[in-house]
Design a protein around this ligand. Sequence first.
Ligand code: DPP
Ligand code: ZN
Length: 855
Amino acid sequence: PAIIRRADYRVPDWLIPDIALDFDLDAARTRVWSDMSVARNGDHDRPLRLDGDGLVPLAVKVDGRTLNETEWTLEAGALVVPLGGATHKVEVLVELAPESNSKLMGLYASGGLLCTQCEAEGFRRITFFPDRPDILSRYSVKLTADKARYPILLANGDPVEQGDLEGGRHWALWNDPFPKPCYLFALVAGDLACNADRFVTMSGREVALGIWVREADLPRTDHAMQALKNSMAWDERVYGREYDLDVFNIVAVADFNFGAMENKGLNIFNSRYILADPETATDIDYDGVEGVVAHEYFHNWSGNRVTCRDWFQLSLKEGFTVFRDQNFSADMGSHAVKRIEDVRILRAAQFQEDSGPLAHPVRPESYMEISNFYTATIYNKGAELIRMMALMLGAERFRAGTDLYFDRHDGEAATCEDFVRAMEEGGEIDLGQFRRWYEQAGTPHVRALLSHDPVSRTAELLLEQSVPPTPGQPDKRPMAIPLRVALYDPATGSHHGDELLMLTEAQQRFTFDNFASLPILSINRGFSAPVIVETNRSQADLAFLSAHDDDPFARYEAMQQLMVNVLVGQVAGQSVDVSAVVDAVRNTITDPLLDPAFVAEAVRLPSEAYLGDQMKQVDPDAIHAARDALQTRLGADLEPLWRDIHARTKANGFAVSPAAKGARKLRNVALLYLVASGADDGPAIAYGQFSDADNMTERQSALATLASGTSPEREAALDIFYNRYSDDALTLDKWFQTQAFAFHPDTVELVAELGQHKAFTLNNPNRVRSLYGAFAGNQWAFHHKSGKGYRLVADCIIALDKLNPQTAARLVPPLGRWKRFDEGRAALMRAELQRILNEPGLSKDVTEQASKSLE
Ligand code: DPP
Ligand code: ZN
């Protein structure tokens, strides 16, 4: 497949200021009539080239005249039409079969609905069009369909008119006054019920809000609606951004490749990010709904009003919008806990990506298939870049920068460079060196060594940075790294103030006056930079910080590092002192001043994958054994405390407040340790929580705890859960996921069986992810030394690629981490990657991921 390069960007040859689309909708046969005004862009004689994927032009007209078949050509799927003048009217008719579109890109059928997904390059599967984000057009869309089967007809923008036709058909006309790129096009037709509400904007305009779902799901939409209204108000308050159309619609669909899509005025969501009620949704699901509703809403400005010039700029909208949704969610709940959660995700997904064969810069230089670049690097590391700029600028100047960015580029397709320049000008700061964050892949390492001179009573902090080599980038230059630092005086137990240090050289020294003895270093507070920090801090220093640091992230981090040191030491065969961890956990769970949600985060052991990342070579079995043993030790040594926490955090009734969520989080951690302690009644207590729970957070957590053991209660609970929820797809996903994630010695065999279960299907991306995606994230099980885990996932990739290449390609990266494992495992992983690549007719998506993973 061809490689697309950022350096090859050229302005479009032709612009399309206006397009009218006329859809005659039907699941088996949909006809699409497109009517475009086209305008030559610049002085050239190149023909009009309209991208197409799997389309055949049934009629082509220019300025009202039907062309004969010698007057146009098809080149690599694209329709090429030579044109003589500066402007023309071009019309094209095509036919689609939505019900046989298993890729879920373009127009497809999902559970009786017809819906679309166009980002990044799905519009070319609907009609011939220059499918690139820098072509902005005004859309007018007419939908015609059978009224009984498709009573609701939605498209972007505002509704204009609708009417009935003979033969039980009807039509609707929609108009979107805001020029937009075609990846934001959307339509939905189906039998949908509406949760209708309204929002009055800051300038007093009334917006009709609608969340459209299957009738039976209507009671599960209130949380999403509240999140939408909160998001609209938040974007006005924090960024001064107001909504711009008369209506804002959201539709939930069951089969969806992504989480959701920000189509102008008509967001289309994976139903898992809309539907929530206590019976079926966990607190994580509730937070997911709130965060994704906000994310897509915020795109209306960061993505739609200002869009991307080309797909290399994807982080321009995604990094910024993730940053915005993270801050929104923090404002709705706890800043401390949200930051911990976000960093955990960054480390689990992005740091792994950045240290492997698929590492790429936040602004990539090349790709084969853009779908493969909807990555943790573009999204989550991209958000960290914005966060660092916001930190360096401070709130006021950051807002001046974003105001300038929105004002200057409204209605345009912009670049990451445009954003940085607006920050520089609006925020009055030089970001010259900072730009390297967009260019250089790889997670920077920072070594921090603190020393003390009793004569001058000064402390000296030596900072050294290095960025590891990544594919195509063997040598790196130093980054501009903002590090929030505080030095604790052990004598007083407090610090002399929080400072922002800018590390810009490979090696730099900072001195601090007035310390009688060696202080204790609190560094990268709030996780101010997305880097890996190594320090010379002792276990005693970390224990001190885990009890005293006034930055909640740094306090959490100290606790985690304390645990990591013990576990990594044990895996390396060293004799280590576990008691410091036991004491620190005891202190944390008995501190009455701490937020229970924070406590739950702090006392949870680091994941097996994170522990693997701290080692030269990952030993999945040794990591599992060490982590399991420490969990048992913490469980047993503190058993009465866990028992007490578990008993007293039982709520009376369900609330979704931060306090109630925090209590449930802590209760579930207590249950985990209680069962891990080996107490005879552990499984019975877990089973009791499973049976008595009035909410899914406690029920699923109890199920997960049981699923990681071998008690008789395990099977009983899994059966009950299955029977109770076998009709509810999103909840059944949890049944698959819980088993795929479980620490059970037979997980590989169980997952193989679940892949054959009657409720399993490759046609639904959520179901695939809940089984194979979860399994590939279960380090101990996936990396079973027999290679059975690798084979299972590779088999799934091969089968799924024939249906849905985009979702298949997302399962490849775990197989690409072979360099981090022993020779035996590495050979098995490589063999599976090779077997995938040998498959005839492999998609571009999987080819790119598998071939890069072998390098
Ligand atoms: N643009 C979508 C999102 O991240 C992904 N298709 O919101
Ligand atoms: Zn997004």
